[in-house]
Design a protein around this ligand. Structure first.
Ligand SMILES: [Zn+2]
Length: 1437
């Protein structure tokens, strides 16, 4: 019934009568051209399927809103001759009329279907096409719209009737979009139109490779993407990774289309007749992007005609124009590569990913039959395949030529992780001839005879070598390093395919024999190894474990200690430590501090740390002996470094606090699993030697039992993110070999169950919307801060208890994602949760966090010195009210430019805090720091413009100086330009080093002078090469500030920066510099590590800024919390010489010169403030500080002393000789006497006196014992001193005070005056006085009377010391044997020089010009006790 007719086309050349005859086929479907109605389409397809049953198959993909079927037809040649059937035959689709009123494509698709079906017989081109390709035709996506549209309408009808579907929804905006957030995605899914839903299902369900989607209203071929992150309306390209392929496809169509290729139709102009979608106009939710982003299909959008619904008479002409293009396009389905991905047993692997080098962002997924197609333009590629549960294939190199439009065949065979193949291990087959069950019985679980003996290092080594040689396919023996004496630390890996981390397979470890004489764990691991390897393949449980878990056993972490240990040792200490006599379980870095045991890292510990950090360990246990309990973190409390009693294993010590981790419930569960599986551990019975130790359920929190500082389990949790338990395997540390079988029986099941726990919880993969694995994403559970990180392949683990959990995933430059996950209550207790992160939009971020300042996050770059200056000058010009730029207008600003910001530049700022923000004290980190400073300035300026409450408040309360360091910028910038990324640049003589160097240097001197003259309250500076925050240690207020800074909602804490020599040097320099600034300039410096790379690529500046902005904001917000008040006399006069001190802190705050007002930044908490004014009674006020509030104490009225000057009230003599008298002098720095200084005995309000005009004072009736004498004088800083009055009768006559002038009484409000030695910490006082007394009585009982006073050590110093070999955890009872610090200077006499020194240390505030800053501030020289003997000789000054 289908025939052909021939027509003649006469073409006449002008002026010539040469006739050219072109003979063309004319298909009879073009006779009487008209648009087919939907029903007619169905009839046509049914007819075709009937007429060509081998070729055609009609189907529908769904129904429209008005219930019209959406018809489809598939055409493909029969495959009888081929063995593989239509395997690897690519599928292509032609889709049209998604907008009901764009109709030309609808007919073209129908014509092509008819054409191919009718021409298969006899047309070799069509035959070739249908033999190799399966083509699907979908002439209309929107039958309802078409029904409403009107023929002849070139533009859409009013209200776009017919363009959308029956609900007037534009279906081409209704698809899931690759850029939309998940919640938008869900919302939109609820209202998705039935047509779109049908299309989505159709596109996803079939492995289409190539597609064309026909529109009208223009003549052009458009390719993805249609939208971009920036969501510009038009004119900016948004390219796919496969742009080359798309361009080739688009050209294939356009170049073969006589009109389109010209590129200028319908008043539009497109070079070559093609365009990137987003470059033309932005469109979200389109079908073309959906195809590419959510499936493997490459789709083009082809606009066919200027008129959307032209008269049917134009259709033959359109067919002639498009036929060639279409046929050529269909053939493009064969470019690139294709192949099959199969497993070892030739089963196809579905959903495997095919990665092509350079195009990793768009991996192709295999079909259910394991097929893949990857369109590629000619070139050299490296291709690999990956699939969950399989090892990633080796990359294969291919050269794609696309010759003859035939895809290159490239197959992959993947090795499964869960192999059941027997392996090629050397098992003695004969032994397996008996049924394993019987053998299991015979050898008590093992399949071969097993010796229960102890293994020394040599025996262990040969045991491991032998067993790993016997099971080469299941094991890998490796050493992680060497002990002090050079013994290898052997680890055996047991896994179905050992050798490397397999995506999706968790890593587990057991570490034993860390204490050399605790050997049970070591022997049991050796037995467990044999047990598992023998039973692999014979025991489903073991087989499953070995197939799905990568296990690493370190049998002996301390082989040196083992060698000297003694069999039968039950609780001893010989062999416990390593060959350097260091207890390895005290040698790890600790979150709470450093002491002599973990100051220097031992080689065994270094090896263990490197190993642990090299693999993504999820779960671990550390096997000890000497008790029977499962111990979980934390092992110590915050103050245990100072409180040694906490480290004693002695159950009679009360007050030990449990210190639970954020994962406490999980840890208790894990410990419980072990304890319960053990026949006796869960009973919690004590060992013979520790009869009072009862452990409920056989588990304990480490810190609650006894404190282990520098322990391994805490380090694993805190630093390596690996959950570790410490298992005490039994009461005896080194039991006799004969007892080993019993130990094995008891522990075999707990050891196995514990390993199985590694699978319980949540795990999966983190990838981007286009499937790229995201490594290093932070994964958190239930709002806890403890993070895990996704690995190289995006895989992550988060062990969790059954139940509902919130999983938070944070990736760099991706929007944070929170999902709810439910871990099942029963087997398998695990939940796979793959998460897809959406790229986040910098503009969205900027409007949410940064006042919409696009400059801070888009097109970031490094600014040169002149650029920085002009930016800052510009900011001053535009914002003169709040910003002032200092540049070359004084000596300082010739070295350092600075921008000063405050709410009103002109107004007096005595009541404001002064903050300093320096780009960096390192020239090599300054370029990055400067950009952050610049961003911050912009942030504040813009915030102020918008009158953001927080910024306005900040600028009202403070004056901020921004100091971008410019010194060596050019050098660093040159390095950067030469190398484009300078992560670890080396430059000698950086500013930080010069500040520490005693030699003078102009820039450094100017900088220090600047600090001295401006008296900043806080300084923030930026470092790089680390992600840490450095600040002065030892002050709890400053520490709380630091914690406040680090508290951010989304803490993208990056992985630890890899170590390098310069990084280490910088870290040390930063520490010394922080000390120097704090001690010498009273300036707490916070150094925020911005990124691991010191000078990352300039595009990265945006991400650095985004990661750190919250911390910087937190720093600035510190000024918003604190306390303020006014100090007045009882008569209402401001007391301008008053000052305020924070009890138990080294801070003095003077009131302001006019209003006598004080204010003080303090983190939230409860504090005691002592308000003092000369000649007034001091007051102590309790304040409770709340976050974000300045607690105003109002007016504090002070009462004057009631006593008349010079009068001393004598106390009643209770006993003869129970009091004594004190006399002395009060002098100022230049040895002039200070008049009217108040000298008082602290705590004895009645005992006080004032100095006379010669500066002399006298106090009598002072009770014996320890007293503190305090001196206060107008315009001077107070001083105090501890006196030890031993015997009555003899007057103490030479107590001289040396006061320093308080230069700031009439200056600005300050709170950072630290009287270093004069303010004694109460606890320190008591302890040290007791020590001194103890010493005194012991050594000098019966001697002549002494008066002594002591300058007491400050906190943070070790006061205890002990012999190296007494350091065992049981030996820790020895700690108190010699409680006095060694090396204390004891001086029975004094001379002039000595006194000079003492007098100077009285007033520690050293910013006076006469003092050279002591540069080696790490050395604390305040630790001596100096005895003054009373010779009766008066000290003259
Ligand atoms: Zn131990």
């Amino acid at each position: 019934m289908w025939g052909f007719c021939i027509i003649l086309i006469l073409a006449c050349a002008a002026g010539e009568y040469s006739e050219v005859q072109v003979i063309q086929e004319m298909d009879n479907f073009l006779e009487n051209p008209h648009y087919l109605k939907n029903q007619e389409i169905g009839e046509l397809f049914t007819q075709l399927a009937k007429d060509y049953p081998d070729l055609a198959q009609a189907y529908t993909i769904g129904k429209s809103l008005e219930d019209r079927p959406i018809y489809a037809l598939a055409l493909s040649a029969p495959t009888a001759e081929s063995k593989n059937g239509d395997l690897l035959r690519p599928m292509v689709k032609l889709v049209a009329n998604i907008r009901g009123d764009e109709t030309v494509g609808r007919q073209m698709v129908l014509y092509m279907a008819e054409y191919l079906a009718t021409h298969y017989e006899g047309d070799s081109v069509v035959q070739d096409l249908l033999n190799r390709t399966e083509i699907h035709f979908l002439p209309t996506c929107n039958p309802d719209g078409f029904a409403k549209a009107q023929e002849g309408n070139c533009e859409s009808l009013p209200n776009y009737v017919g363009r959308g579907n029956a609900a007037n929804i534009d279906l081409n905006r209704d698809f899931p979009d690759r850029l939309e957030q998940s919640h938008v995605h869900q919302l939109r899914a609820q209202s998705r139109q039935p047509e779109t839903a049908a299309l989505v299902n159709w596109i996803i369900s079939k492995p289409f490779v190539l597609s064309a989607n026909f529109h009208g209203g223009a003549v052009v071929t458009s390719y993805p993407y249609d939208n971009s992150l920036a969501h510009n309306e038009c004119c900016e390209e948004s390219l796919t990774p496969d742009d080359q392929v798309f361009k080739q496809l688009a050209h294939t169509y356009s170049d073969n289309h006589p009109i389109m290729s010209k590129g200028n139709n319908c008043n539009d102009s497109f070079t070559g007749g093609i365009t990137n979608g987003a470059n033309w106009y932005e469109l979200s939710g389109g079908m073309q992007d959906f195809n590419y982003a959510f499936s493997n299909c490459f789709e083009l959008t082809i606009e066919l005609s200027c008129c959307k619904y032209p008269a049917a008479s134009t259709l033959p002409q359109e067919w002639q124009r498009n036929k060639g293009s279409l046929l050529q396009l269909l053939r493009q389905a064969h470019i690139g590569i294709k192949g099959l991905v199969k497993d070892a047993s030739d089963f196809p692997i579905a959903d495997a990913s095919i990665y092509v080098s350079g195009l990793e962002e768009k991996p192709m997924r295999t079909s259910k039959r394991g097929e893949y197609w990857r369109l590629l333009t000619p070139g050299l590629y490296s291709v690999h395949a990956a699939a969950f549960g399989y090892q990633t294939s080796a990359p294969q190199k291919v050269r794609v030529t696309n010759d003859n439009l035939e895809a290159l065949r490239l197959d992959f065979k993947l090795t499964p992780v869960e192999t059941n193949f027997d392996g090629n291990f050397r098992k003695v087959k004969m032994e397996r001839s008996e049924p394993p069950e019987k053998r299991k019985e015979q050898f008590d679980g093992f399949l071969t005879p097993t010796k229960f003996v102890h293994h020394n290092y040599t025996a262990m080594e040969s045991y491991l070598r032998e067993i790993s040689a016997s099971y080469p396919s299941l094991t890998r023996l490796y050493s992680i390093g060497k002990s002090v004496q050079g013994r290898d630390l052997w680890v055996l890996e047991i896994f179905a395919t050992p050798g490397s981390h397999v995506p999706g397979v968790p890593e587990f470890k057991y570490v034993a024999n860390m204490h050399g004489n605790e050997v049970v764990g070591k022997e049991l691991l050796l037995l467990l190894t044999k047990y598992m390897l023998e039973r692999y393949g014979n025991d489903d449980r073991i087989t499953k474990l070995v197939n799905g878990t990568r296990m690493h056993f370190l049998y002996s972490m301390n082989p040196d200690g083992y060698e000297i240990s003694i069999e039968g040792d039950r609780t001893g200490g010989i062999g416990r430590a390593n060959a350097n006599h260091i207890d390895l379980n005290r040698n790890f870095p600790d979150q709470y501090g450093t002491d002599r045991y973990n100051k220097v890292t031992e080689p065994e510990v270094a090896a263990l740390m490197n190993w642990t950090l090299s693999l993504p360990f999820v779960l671990s246990a550390n096997l000890h002996g000497g008790s029977l309990v499962a111990n979980y973190p934390f092992d110590d409390n915050e103050n245990d470094f100072n409180d040694l009693s906490m480290r004693l294993r002695n159950s009679s010590i009360n007050g030990r606090k449990a210190n639970p981790t954020e994962d406490n419930a999980l840890f208790r569960h894990l410990a419980g699993v072990y304890a319960k599986a053990h026949p006796t551990m869960h009973l919690g019975q004590p060992c013979e030697l520790f009869r009072n130790e009862f452990f409920a359920d056989g588990t304990t929190n480490g810190a609650q039992w006894y404190s282990v500082t520098g322990g391994m389990q805490d380090w694993n949790y805190v630093r390596a993110k690996c959950l570790e338990l410490t298992i005490e395997m039994g009461c005896d540390k080194f039991p006799m070999a004969a007892e080993l079988p019993q130990y094995w029986h008891d522990h075999r099941e707990p050891l196995l169950q514990f390993i199985e726990q590694v699978h319980h919880g949540i795990h999966g993969f983190v990838h981007s919307t286009i499937g790229t694995p995201i490594a290093g994403a932070v994964v958190r559970l239930d709002g806890a801060n403890h993070s895990s990180y996704s690995q190289t392949f995006g895989d992550y683990w988060k062990l969790a208890l059954p139940g509902r959990h919130n999983l938070t995933v944070l990736g760099d430059n991706y929007a944070p994602l929170r999902v709810e996950v439910e871990v099942p209550e029963g087997e398998p207790y695990e939940m796979r949760m793959d998460v897809t992160l959406m790229p986040d939009d910098p503009q969205h971020w900027a409007s949410a966090n940064d006042f919409r300042i696009i400059e801070n996050v888009v097109n970031t770059r490094y600014h040169t010195n002149p650029e920085i200056r002009s930016r800052l000058a510009e900011l001053e010009n535009q914002n003169g009210q709040i910003a002032s730029f200092g540049y070359a207008d004084n000596e300082f600003s010739t070295y350092f430019n600075y921008l000063k910001m405050t709410s009103d530049i002109g107004e007096p700022d005595e009541h404001k805090y002064k903050l300093l923000v320096v780009s960096s004290l390192y020239d090599t980190a300054a370029p990055l720091g400067r950009e952050i400073v610049l961003n911050l300035v912009r942030h504040l300026v813009e915030g102020f413009k918008l009158q953001d409450a927080s910024v306005v408040d900040l600028l009202k309360r403070s004056v901020i100086y921004f100091l971008p360091q410019t010194n060596k910028f050019q050098d660093v910038f040159n390095m950067y330009n030469a190398n484009s990324s300078v992560c670890d640049p080396v430059l000698g003589d950086e500013l930080a080093e010069r500040i520490l160097n005693p030699e003078t240097d102009q820039a450094k001197d100017m900088f220090l002078q600047f600090l001295r003259s401006e008296h900043f309250d806080l300084m923030l500076t930026f470092g790089a090469g680390s992600s840490e925050l450095s600040y002065p240690k030892g002050d709890s207020v400053l520490e709380k500030f630091a914690h406040g800074m680090q508290r951010t909602e989304f803490n993208y804490s990056p992985l630890q920066c890899p170590p390098s020599a310069t990084r280490q040097a910088h870290r040390e320099t930063t520490e010394r510099l922080t000390n120097l600034m704090y001690r010498m300039h009273n300036l707490p410096v916070y150094t925020l590590g911005l990124s691991c790379c010191r000078m990352p690529h300039h595009k990265q500046i945006a991400s650095v800024w985004r990661k750190n902005i919250d911390k910087i904001k937190n720093f600035l917000a510190l000024v918003k919390t604190g306390v303020s008040g006014l100090v007045q006399s009882d008569k209402g006069q401001p007391l301008r010489e008053a000052f305020v001190r924070l009890l138990e802190h080294q801070r003095i705050i003077n009131v302001t010169k006019n209003a006598a007002r004080f204010q003080l930044m303090l983190p939230h908490g409860l504090y005691g403030l002592e308000v003092t004014a000369p000649n007034y009674e001091s007051q102590i006020i309790k304040v409770n500080i709340q976050d974000g509030q300045i607690t105003d104490l109002g007016t504090i009225r002070m009462n004057p002393f009631t006593l008349i000057r010079g009068e001393v009230v004598e106390l009643q003599n209770k006993a003869s000789g129970a009091t004594t008298s004190i006399a002395g002098m009060v002098l100022d720095e230049s040895n002039h006497p200070v008049r009217n200084a108040k000298v008082s005995v602290v705590g004895q309000t009645q005992l006080r006196n004032f100095t006379n005009s010669m500066g002399q004072y006298h106090i009598s009736a002072v009770p014996l014992g320890t007293v503190s004498l305090k001196v206060e004088a107008p315009r001077h800083l107070e001083a105090s001193r501890q006196l030890h009055l031993i015997q009555g009768g003899l007057a103490t006559e030479n107590v001289v005070f040396h006061l320093k002038i308080n230069e700031h009484v009439f200056g600005l409000p300050r709170f950072l005056f630290i009287l270093f030695a004069s303010i004694l910490i109460i606890v320190g006082v008591i302890v040290c006085v007791l020590c001194a007394q103890f010493w005194f009585y012991r050594r000098h009982r019966g001697n002549k009377p002494y008066y002594n006073f002591s300058l007491l050590p400050q906190k943070g110093k070790e006061q205890f010391d002990l012999e190296e070999d007494e350091a065992g955890d049981d030996g820790e009872t020895e700690l108190f044997r010699s409680p006095i610090k060694r090396g204390m200077t004891i001086q029975p006499y004094f001379d002039e020089e000595q006194l000079e020194r003492i007098l100077h240390t009285d007033d520690e505030d050293d910013d006076g010009p006469h003092m050279e800053p002591e540069l080696d501030v790490a050395d604390d020289s305040g630790d001596e006790i100096v005895m003054l003997h009373n010779h009766g000789n008066k000290r003259r000054h």
